[in-house]
Design a protein around this ligand. Structure first.
Ligand SMILES: C=CC1=C(C)c2cc3[nH]c(cc4nc(cc5[nH]c(cc1n2)c(C)c5CCC(=O)O)C(CCC(=O)O)=C4C)c(C)c3C=C
Ligand SMILES: [Fe+2]
Ligand SMILES: [Fe+2]
Length: 367
């Protein structure tokens, strides 16, 4: 979209990133950059370097490349394709007072290169939106660190606001509920599964300044995450359970008909539980025949949704006796998702309506 007036506000959307192509060297380069991030693999530098450059680069990269080949489309990586669609649709929705760009935390387009487009212009404010609904140091935290590092080099640093999380924003819940409802209306399901990207338990404990999280004897049970409170509001696992509760409510799912689980474990450390793999097997063994699976830690379809949830867990479910498995597509370029982004920007760049009203009343009283 051509902008005819100078925009007042900059909007930077940042997603995780994806390889340039599904070829092994590109996947290796992507995994190296991603997993050398100390917020992602939070172990000492030497151990991380050895793990990434010896094990991951040689053994994981060729395996991951095969999976990337499956998810790749004519438009390339879905994560990038939907990222650019979102950028264009949000630019259109916000209009010429806003300048919207997409960057990736790893690989291209890099945060550094995209912020160059913003540098040296007069901004009333920059709004940075890490595209992760639930906060984790490995994702949102890492984006914030990388953006702050770049901005710190600017001569004039404008007002900047980061979106910290949106796991309970009414429009986020509405957007996923709308997508799920279409499937529910078309087919009855025995069970609903909400499967989120996992995290090492160690990272949850590090973020927990109250020694509150994961103190339950059986960390596979909901335990500390059964409700949100002042002690666990920064806990990624708690935020995921909160998203599940809100979606279950929006969709009128009866208590007991839905579960929360965590996928995509990497390495030997203990990750947050229950693991999706175990839950899928258990559901099939209990005699559940049809499952509708949501993946609400992702805002765009990617390897982790299309292949891991849509294909691998489906196969596992069928292997253990399940019959019908359906993945709910991600937000991708859905109108409610674009509206959520627009609202999150407007909430930070326009005066609240109540304030406008108050100012109007004061002005009228003076007259
Ligand atoms: C939704 C938020 C995400 C969190 C939290 C997260 C943590 C995390 N991830 C890894 C390791 C891998 N993740 C991979 C892919 C991947 N991860 C996310 C999102 C989160 N990761 C997305 C959106 C994707 C897909 C990217 C795409 O191009 O489609 C991969 C690469 C794929 C593979 O080889 O399996 C790895 C590896 C860790 C270690 C971690 C937390 C510490
Ligand atoms: Fe990941
Ligand atoms: Fe917690």
């Amino acid at each position: 979209m051509e902008l005819s007036v100078s925009p007042r506000f900059g909007v930077l959307l940042v997603n995780l990133g994806t390889p340039d192509s599904p070829r092994v060297p590109d996947v290796r380069r992507y995994l190296r950059e991603f997993l050398m991030d100390k917020r992602v693999i939070d172990i000492p530098l030497l151990s991380r370097w050895l793990l990434v450059n010896l094990i991951i680069a040689n053994f994981r990269a060729p395996k991951s490349a095969k999976v990337y080949q499956k998810v790749w489309t004519q438009e390339g990586s879905p994560l990038k394709y939907y990222g650019f669609r979102t950028q264009a649709l949000l630019q259109e929705a916000l209009g010429e007072e806003y300048f919207v760009r997409l960057a990736m935390r790893y690989q291209k387009p890099s945060i550094k290169s995209v912020l160059k487009e913003f540098e040296g212009k007069h901004w009333e404010k920059l709004i940075i939106i890490p595209l992760f609904p639930q906060y984790a140091s490995a994702t949102t935290g890492s984006v914030k660190e990388a953006v702050m590092k770049e901005l710190s080099r600017w001569q004039t640093i404008p007002a900047v606001e980061f979106v910290q999380q949106f796991y309970q924003h009414p429009l986020f819940i509405k957007a996923f509920a709308e997508l799920g409802r279409k499937h529910i209306e078309a087919h009855p399901y025995d069970h609903y599964l909400f499967t989120y990207h996992g995290l090492p338990e160690r990272q949850i404990r590090k973020a927990d300044k109250h020694n509150y999280c994961l103190t339950h004897a059986n960390t596979a049970e909901i335990g500390c995450c059964s409700s949100l409170n002042a002690k666990n509001s920064v806990c990624y696992r708690s935020q995921c359970f909160a998203t599940t509760r809100l979606l279950a409510k929006a969709l009128n799912l009866p208590e007991g008909s839905y579960s929360t689980a965590f996928q995509s474990r990497l390495g030997k450390a203990i990750w947050i539980q229950p693991y999706t793999e175990d839950v899928v097997k258990k559901l099939a063994q209990e005699g559940k025949k049809s499952v509708l699976a949501f993946s609400p830690s992702f805002v765009a379809d990617c390897l982790e949704t299309t292949i891991e949830v849509g294909e691998e867990y489906k196969e596992l479910f069928e292997e253990y006796g399940g019959e019908h498995w359906q993945l709910v597509e991600s937000l991708n370029d859905s109108p409610t998702w674009i509206e959520l982004l627009r609202q999150m920007v407007l909430e930070r760049t326009t005066k609240p309506k109540a304030l406008d009203l108050m100012l109007q009343v004061i002005a009228e009283e003076k007259e």
